[in-house]
Structures are given as structure tokens and as C-alpha cells.
Design a protein around this ligand. Structure first.
Ligand code: GLY
Ligand code: MN
Ligand code: MN
Length: 411
């Protein structure tokens, strides 16, 4: 697939970041590779900010950015590593990123140490807060900060994450093209798998997952942007049900929450289909209620709409909906959150839950998901509909709108 990006995109992002942070010196690490088991590594996925500023998908690099000079510090590979893993040439790295100075570790750190002594302050990415993400964070940020402090004691670290988030939340034309490609691949794959008689050929969730994975790769996506959710029956009530191992029970429902990844950009689309020729009366009732909430949310979207107020309005509307469905008797926050335990929207881009500033009003060229859901474990009914939506000058455009919300799914 031809790339949607060229070196100018990354160079402009670097220039804009320097302007926005007003920092004289910024140091940004790539991700490190992570262990899977023994000497097996996890498939490498670049840290999104590093990619946004360089276009480079290699581990362990460091980007040094100042008003006077920009350079990359590239780890030295020994002969064995180079033979087993390959090695990117300096010309190749320059062509992708537009960065002229590619330095090895010794030379690069010598230069960086000098800059740290001179500037005293450095803009960097602080590690993410593990309290909110119960996973071991990639150690690259922490190690870089520790090493900078060792090389230049007294260096002050300024956190630049919010500046990057505010840049990344406004999508540029190249980014919108990559996102659209990821969305189109996801929709085409869903339409290919969910033909009107699809349930006659699948009897387990993993078979559906296998064909979705094949459909993404066959269409040129890198793969999944996140672990795919293929949930049937009572699994539909687990928001992130990712085991995808259960048998498909006739007359229950199947919830798909999937997204292809194209040049590190994520689609994020959810659909629910009956396992059989049609929904039961109750399944249909809950499904229609979710679509109604979806349409309510969509109608609120336009520049100037405060994001938090939007979430509150949708939550209130969901409260009324849940009362009508007979799921709760009073629309209190606690009652609503029991059956609708997640937010309606999140930013979408390089990360499925993309960087952005949720305290801001919506602005033109933001991309968000709209994904209301109702989950009733006692009835084994979990319904979530998710679309990817661009905020336009006057309102919104549903980027994933080529695929109907209701089955049969056809593009
Ligand atoms: N696929 C995760 C989400 O919809 O947020
Ligand atoms: Mn989502
Ligand atoms: Mn999703």
C-alpha cells in the first residue's frame, strides 16, 4: 500500500511542537521491544508520539529536537542482531523522517549531554499513570529520564504530553486519509464476513475472528489496531471480551468491536448481529434503543459543543431509555452506569483511545467514536453500536457510515 505520509508531515509536526511547547530542547524516545516469553518478543508497535514526529517504526531510538538542531540517536546493533533483525540505513531513516543527522549512541549521547548541561530544562514525555492503566508500561520513557538526570544532574523535566495531545486531536488531511483507509478495510471485512446467512458457516467466535484477521491483512492493513472483540451470548455483556473462544448459540447475539490498523491509524467499529435470521423481540427492542441513543448523540456533534457536557447529555438520555426498557426504575447515575458503564465517545487516531484534551469544546477535524451501549447480563443481551465520526465546520460526518447500523451488513 502506498504511504499516505511523507517527510514534510513529520517535519511540520516537529516544528509545530517546538512552537507550541516553547521549549528549547525536547527529547522523545521510541518504544522498546517487550518480552513475550523467553527470548520471544511481542510484535513491535511504535510509540505513537515518536511516530507522529519521525515516521520511524524502529525500537530504542531517541529523537532530540531543539530550535537549532534535530537528530536521531540510533542504537548500535551488533553483527548478529543486524543479521537476524535487519538494520535500517541512515539514508532510509532520513528519507522517511526528513531528519538529516543520524547518530550512533556514543556520539548522540555526547551531544545530548552537552545540550542538557546548557539548557537545564528539557521537554519530555512522562510515563503514563499506571494507576489508571493496570498494565506494565513500556520502560523507555522512564529509562530515558533516569539516564538524562544521571548525565546532567539538576536537569528539569517539563511534561509535553498535553501539547502533543492537543496537536494530535486535530487531524491533518494525510491522517484523515489513513484513518479512512483503516475504516474502509474494517467495513469491507465486516460486510464480507456477515453475509445474510453467515451463521450457517461459523460455530465458534474464533472462526469469525480468524476471517476478520484474514480480511484485514488481505486488504493491506497491518492487522488489528486493538485485540478484537468477538463476543456472543452472555459474553456481549463483558465490554472487553477478548478470549473469543465460545461456541455460537443459535438465537443469541454476536457483538463485534474491531478495527484495522493502517500506518498506525486505528479504526474502531462495533456492530451487533443476530445468530440466526433475526433478533428476538426483546433483542430488537434493546438494539433499537441503542440506535436511538446513537442518533441522539450524533445530533449534538458540532464545533463548540463542550465534550463533557455532551457526555452528560447522552448519559441523561440513556437514563430515560433504560427506564423505558424497564431495566432501571430511576435514572440515577449509579443505576445508569450499571447498564452503561462506559463513555459515549473517545478520540480516535494513532491510538484507538487517542491522545486529546477532553476539557475542550469539539473542534473541526477532530475524530471521535460514538459508541452507546446497553448491557443486561440477566438477559445475556449486550448491544454496542460504534461509529467513527469527523467533526466538520458545521457539524459532523460519519466516516464509517458506508456500513449500515442494522444487519444485513453490506457496503
Ligand atoms: N474497542 C475499544 C473501544 O471501543 O473503546
Ligand atoms: Mn471505541
Ligand atoms: Mn471499539
Amino acid at each position: 500500500m502506498k504511504s499516505f505520509f511523507n517527510a514534510t508531515f513529520f517535519a511540520d509536526n516537529r516544528t509545530n511542537l517546538l512552537k507550541k511547547t516553547k521549549s528549547k530542547l525536547l527529547v522523545i524516545p521510541a518504544h522498546q521491544t517487550q518480552q513475550r516469553n523467553a527470548d520471544n518478543v511481542q510484535p513491535f508497535r511504535q510509540e505513537s508520539n515518536f511516530w507522529y514526529l519521525t515516521g520511524i517504526n524502529e525500537p530504542d531510538y531517541i529523537l532530540v529536537l531543539s530550535t537549532r538542531e534535530t537528530f536521531l540517536i540510533v542504537p548500535k546493533k551488533d553483527t548478529v542482531e543486524a543479521v537476524f533483525d535487519g538494520e535500517a540505513s541512515a539514508e532510509h531513516l532520513t528519507k522517511i523522517s526528513g531528519i538529516q543527522e543520524i547518530m550512533d549512541e556514543r556520539e548522540g549521547w555526547q551531544k545530548l549531554s552537552g545540550l542538557l548541561q546548557k539548557h537545564k530544562k528539557v521537554g519530555a514525555l512522562l510515563p503514563m499513570n499506571q494507576k489508571y492503566f493496570n498494565v506494565a508500561m513500556n520502560p523507555a520513557r522512564k529509562q530515558l529520564i533516569t539516564k538524562m538526570r544521571r548525565r546532567a544532574p539538576g536537569t528539569q523535566i517539563e511534561d509535553i504530553r498535553m501539547s502533543l495531545a492537543q496537536m494530535r486531536m486535530i487531524k491533518q488531511p494525510q491522517e484523515l486519509r489513513a484513518l479512512q483507509k483503516a475504516i474502509d478495510i474494517t467495513n469491507q471485512t465486516l460486510a464480507e464476513v456477515f453475509t445474510p446467512n453467515w451463521f450457517a458457516t461459523y460455530d465458534h467466535e474464533y472462526q469469525v475472528e480468524a476471517d476478520i484477521t484474514a480480511g484485514f491483512r488481505r486488504r493491506g492493513a497491518a492487522g488489528h489496531a486493538f485485540t478484537p472483540i468477538v463476543a456472543s451470548g452472555k459474553n456481549t455483556c463483558t465490554i472487553h471480551s477478548i478470549a473469543n473462544n465460545s461456541p455460537l448459540q443459535k438465537n443469541s447475539i454476536l457483538l463485534l468491536d474491531i478495527g484495522a490498523e493502517v500506518e498506525n491509524y486505528a479504526a474502531d467499529i462495533s456492530r451487533v448481529v443476530p445468530i440466526g435470521s433475526k433478533f428476538s423481540t426483546r433483542q430488537q427492542q434493546v438494539f433499537d434503543a441503542v440506535i436511538d441513543v446513537y442518533n441522539y448523540a450524533l445530533a449534538l456533534l458540532k464545533p463548540g459543543q463542550n465534550y463533557m457536557e455532551y457526555e452528560q447529555k447522552v448519559e441523561a438520555y440513556m437514563g430515560k431509555t433504560l427506564v423505558t426498557l424497564g431495566v432501571i426504575d430511576k435514572p440515577t447515575r449509579k443505576n445508569i452506569r450499571k447498564f452503561y458503564p462506559h463513555r459515549t465517545s473517545h478520540f480516535l487516531g494513532l491510538d484507538p483511545h487517542d491522545a486529546g484534551d477532553y476539557s475542550k469544546d469539539l473542534q473541526e477535524n477532530m475524530v471521535i467514536t460514538v459508541e452507546p451501549g446497553i448491557y443486561i447480563p440477566a438477559e445475556s443481551i449486550g448491544i454496542r453500536i460504534e461509529e467513527d465520526v469527523l467533526i466538520t465546520k458545521t457539524g459532523y460526518k460519519v466516516l464509517s457510515g458506508a456500513l449500515p447500523l442494522r444487519p444485513p451488513l453490506m457496503v
